[in-house]
Design a binder for this molecule. Structure first.
Ligand code: SOE
Length: 387
């Protein structure tokens, strides 16, 4: 197989990020299988045409049902809003297409399980978009934990803090509507934290959480692109049906304790996706706003120089970095998607499932739902209850 012909559903924030990754791959990872940008799909013909030309797609479809039927497409890339994921993924699997799907995989655990089952039954490759795993500094964190250099892990604490809806007149966009988004900060941001925790520390055992919707009604949105939207302050308002903030605690199966906070009400924090891990031999700290760096502390450093050191994960020996620039020349958000698509293409080359895949999507959804249950029933919930 020398190329993978892609049909992509959605062309806004994630559509742009994925298109950029498909375009960058052949230039920076010339040994990778080449993704061919065969068709882009969206409902609004005008916006679609503009995206097709701007991003460099060969053709377009306004109906995803037509897209999944096309013989000239191998992979369906789903980055439409969350309520569309399941129907498209099931149809894609039915048509024998490989699937990449953005996170959170589905609106509910049950739906995500159906998607996994359909993909497995069809024998296709499946991947879920937890892009932050692919930051080289996060890969370094994984290596330090896996190699035992932090010793026994005691704590994982993570926050994903944003502030883009702190204005009570920010419009009621799809991300604030349960029937389209599934949940609010929990599924949008918390999902990334849960995946990061599973990647670095392992499976969750039990959780307890709480959440709040601080602004309960907002002006109806007229348009949304990325995280910006327009609406009229004086126009009609509608109910916010998701959480603005969710915090929870966990006990990991391996014995470590974890704490998590996802919020869109942290004034001054545009995209603080950060974690800290404390082990018996040391600690590490990561903050996506300084994504090229990992703070590392080892207990066996000489006493007079003990302290966190800033490791710049940009040497050729750091994951993916030999494909980019000389050491010290940093990379950004978009590179996480290029690395993610590289993993997907590697999975084609090696004929294996990419990682993270729908199994990881389902496991993340289990934790999301266990936290929701814990909040509704005001108690600790064991992940095994959702089996
Ligand atoms: C919006 O909150 C958002 O773009 C998420 O949807 C992404 O998954 C996250 O990476 C950044 O914030």
């Amino acid at each position: 197989m020398d190329k993978v012909r892609v049909g992509m559903v959605g062309y806004k924030f994630m559509g742009k990020a994925h298109s950029n990754a498909y375009r960058a791959l052949p230039m920076f990872f010339p040994d990778s299988i080449k993704p061919e940008m065969t068709a882009i799909c969206g409902r609004d013909p005008q916006g679609l045409e503009q995206a097709k030309t701007q991003f460099g797609w060969q053709s377009s479809e306004t109906d995803w049902k037509e897209l999944v039927k096309r013989d000239d497409i191998d992979l369906i890339d789903i980055n439409a809003p969350s309520d569309a994921h399941k129907a498209i993924a099931l149809a894609a699997a039915e048509a024998g297409k490989h699937i990449f799907c953005e996170k959170p995989l589905a609106l509910t655990l049950e739906d995500s399980r159906e998607m996994l089952e359909a993909a497995e039954k069809a024998g296709v490759k499946h991947m879920v978009g937890f892009n932050y795993r692919f930051a080289p500094a996060v890969q370094l964190a994984k290596k330090l934990v896996s190699d035992g250099r932090l010793g026994e892990i005691y704590h994982f604490r993570a926050v994903f803090l944003q502030d883009w809806i702190i204005d009570p007149n920010f419009p009621l966009v799809w991300r604030l509507q349960k029937e389209i988004a599934g949940s609010g900060s929990h599924g949008d941001l918390g999902a990334h934290l849960i995946d990061m925790a599973r990647f670095l520390v392992g499976e969750f055992d039990e959780v307890i959480g709480m959440s709040e919707t601080f602004v309960k009604e907002r002006p109806i949105a007229s348009t949304m692109t990325g995280l910006s939207a327009k609406g009229s302050e004086d126009g009609p308002r509608g109910p916010v049906t998701v959480d603005d903030a969710t915090v929870f605690m966990t006990r990991f199966a391996g014995g470590a304790l974890g704490s998590f906070e996802a919020t869109r009400f942290a004034a001054g924090h545009r995209c603080t996706n950060a974690f800290e891990i404390n082990g018996s031999k040391g600690s590490i700290k990561f903050d996506f706003e300084r994504m090229n760096e990992l703070q590392v502390y080892f207990t066996d450093d000489a006493e007079d120089v003990q302290g966190f050191r800033r490791v710049l994960a940009t040497d050729p020996s750091h994951a993916y970095m030999d494909a980019w620039w000389p050491a010290g020349h940093t990379i950004g958000y978009e590179h996480t998607f290029t690395h993610e698509m590289h993993e997907l293409m590697q999975a084609f080359a090696e004929d294996r499932q990419p990682v993270p895949n729908f199994v990881d999507g389902v496991k993340c959804q289990e934790v999301l739902e266990a936290v929701d249950r814990s909040i509704a029933e005001r108690r600790w919930v064991s992940i095994s209850e959702l089996a």
